[in-house]
Design a protein around this ligand. Structure first.
Ligand SMILES: Cc1cc2nc3c(=O)[nH]c(=O)nc-3n(C[C@H](O)[C@H](O)[C@H](O)COP(=O)(O)OP(=O)(O)OC[C@H]3O[C@@H](n4cnc5c(N)ncnc54)[C@H](O)[C@@H]3O)c2cc1C
Length: 434
């Protein structure tokens, strides 16, 4: 078995090709095995390698490191999210814990890019939670009040303000928050791969098929070889379930996104030459859409239940049409052949939107399940799960432990029906926002 992603991701294809890629080709023994080389796994590896110079640390990934969701996302490093539900005091307490984690996530990514002088097109330009429906004004006002009560700088904007700032008349109401960063996720995750400490062995195109706890070590089976490890950290996010890790607490969702070519000088001028911006939808299944630093438009407006190991490339054409319609609804003068790339990626969801961070057994650990906010949370959780796995204490682990824990999922058949019904309902509710 192997994870097969389409080769179309615009962020990845704009990066230099990598060389010196190693795979597992003999049996190995190590102190720490990290499975999954996205934000979570690479941060965990960096933390362990810096703390324990003489321990043997291996990271394996089924595909090329960082080329799963970590390079395929929309590039919002968030400080707040809207779709959390916060009507009671209890919900507000939960929300506070969530944003505390986001804050730590931003700090972790910022520390990384400072330390390694990474250019990932970091732009602390904030973001817009927007809707094309004035009937969403009440949600926007409630959210704005919540943000104000938690000291987040924010502003309610109307259609005219939004047209001036975004270059589209589509949106009628938005909450603008000045926190949050837009970045190029491909460049960020590539820098995490390139700067892995020398005492980490990275093995790519190396798919973990099975693992079992032996008397002394954990025995991990790959196609032809095994790795015996003292400790294992699962950082496989949407694939935790397929590895039988906290199987009843998370499930994968497939998202697809498209990136246009850069707008021409005229096209850009015609929409008012806006500065880089990012919009998140007020209605959960609406479009995430951003104008990038080099004047491309990125859009993501589908989420579906699929086999996470493979999303046939031919399926992308239909999603591309949905993306194009979303772009043309907002920017009717752009040409129909403006999309340059369309790709899919896997995110991980839990029933109540909470993350996984756990010691599963004395020597088995897992971190993941961040839905659409894994850039910061994954980087932060990776560092902290490494501390936990090496029996180090940290105040930040407490911040994570204080979160609401993921709720158990219903049995598989009910889960599929439940998720499909929910997605259908949300899509219907957000039909004007796609
Ligand atoms: C289209 C899209 C848009 C998104 N937008 C945003 C956004 O704007 N902001 C944000 O913060 N987040 C966003 N996300 C979510 C974010 O990308 C993820 O939360 C984040 O990448 C999770 O990082 P990770 O390291 O935990 O997992 P991943 O990046 O998924 O890495 C897990 C790795 O595990 C490997 N793996 C799985 N199974 C095995 C196995 N058996 N053996 C070996 N290796 C294995 C996979 O190949 C993969 O590389 C988006 C995701 C998608 C797909």
């Amino acid at each position: 078995m192997k994870i097969t992603n389409d080769p179309n991701c615009g962020w990845i294809n704009n990066l230099p090709k990598r060389s010196n890629i190693k795979s597992l080709n003999n049996n190995l023994l190590c102190d720490y095995l990290i499975v999954g080389a996205g934000y979570t796994g690479l941060s965990a590896a960096r933390q362990l390698a810096n703390d324990f110079k003489s321990k043997k640390i291996i990271v394996v990934d089924s595909q090329l490191a960082g080329e799963g969701a970590s390079a395929r996302n929309s590039g919002y490093l968030v400080d707040t999210t809207l779709n959390d539900g916060f009507t009671s005091n209890k919900d507000i307490e939960h929300y506070k814990k969530k944003v505390e984690i986001y804050k730590e996530g931003i700090k972790s990514v910022h520390k990384f890019i400072k330390e390694y002088q990474v250019d990932c097109e970091w732009n602390a330009c904030g973001k817009y939670f927007a809707s094309s429906q004035l009937s969403d004004e009440k949600i926007a006002l409630n959210f704005s009040n919540l943000l104000t009560s938690l000291n987040f700088n924010n502003q309610i904007l109307n259609n005219k303000d939004l047209n001036n700032r975004l270059g589209t008349k589509f949106y009628k109401i938005a909450v603008y928050t000045s926190g949050g960063i837009l970045l190029n996720p491909g460049k960020l995750i590539r820098a995490m791969v390139d700067t892995l400490p020398e005492n980490v062995e990275l093995l790519e195109n190396t798919h973990l098929d099975k693992w079992e706890i032996g008397t002394e070590n954990i025995i991990c089976s790959f196609k032809e070889n095994t790795i015996s490890t003292k400790k294992i950290i699962f950082c496989t996010n949407g694939f935790l379930r397929s590895l039988n890790v906290r199987k009843n607490f998370s499930f994968p969702l497939t998202l697809t996104a498209s990136l246009t070519r850069p707008l021409s000088k005229n096209e850009f001028k015609n929409i008012g030459s806006p500065k880089e911006w990012g919009v998140l939808p007020i209605r959960p299944m609406g479009a995430t859409i951003r104008m990038t630093k080099d004047n491309r438009i990125l859009i993501r407006n589908t989420a579906e239940i699929r086999d996470p190991n493979k999303f046939p490339e031919k399926f992308l054409d239909y999603r591309k049409t949905i993306h194009l319609n979303g772009i043309l609804k907002r920017f009717p003068d752009l040409p129909k052949d403006i999309i340059e790339s369309t790709w899919s990626g896997i995110v991980c969801r839990s029933r109540n939107g909470s993350q996984i961070f756990e010691r599963i057994n004395k020597n088995v650990f897992a971190a993941g399940c961040y839905n659409g906010s894994g850039i910061g949370t994954g980087t932060f959780f990776g560092e902290q799960i490494a501390l936990m796995a090496s029996n180090q204490d940290s105040e930040k682990i407490q911040i994570i432990e204080n979160r609401v824990k993921p709720r158990r999922l219903p049995p598989e058949i009910l889960l599929n029906i439940g998720v499909c019904t929910r997605l259908f309902y949300e899509r219907l509710r957000a039909r004007t926002e796609i």
